[in-house]
Write a protein that binds this ligand. Structure first.
Ligand SMILES: [Ca+2]
Ligand SMILES: [Ca+2]
Length: 87
């Protein structure tokens, strides 16, 4: 993996959302992509925010789990992934 400890790149970091999908997001600020970041800051309030190639939506839509401003199968996938799961 190209995710080196201490690498901080707000936009292109391969660490963003590269953690275990089953791990709790922790304190990652929204939008956090629905997946914990890899690296020293993953799951903390210092984690890099996910980047979707467009400005972050200003209104947080209920049901938009990963914060890409759209409610689609990806959000359902995140819900299903953690459905009845142990945090
Ligand atoms: Ca994340
Ligand atoms: Ca979404």
């Amino acid at each position: 993996m190209g995710c080196k400890r201490g690498t901080i790149d707000e936009v292109t970091s391969p660490c963003i959302d590269a953690g275990d999908p089953m791990s709790p997001i922790g304190l990652e600020p929204f939008p956090n992509g629905g997946i914990i970041n890899m690296g020293a800051y993953g799951g903390t309030s210092e984690a890099s925010k996910s980047y979707f190639g467009k400005p972050v939506c200003e209104t947080i839509v209920a049901g938009d789990i990963n914060g890409d401003c759209e409610i689609n199968f990806k959000d359902f996938w995140f819900i299903a992934l953690h459905w009845l799961g142990n945090p």
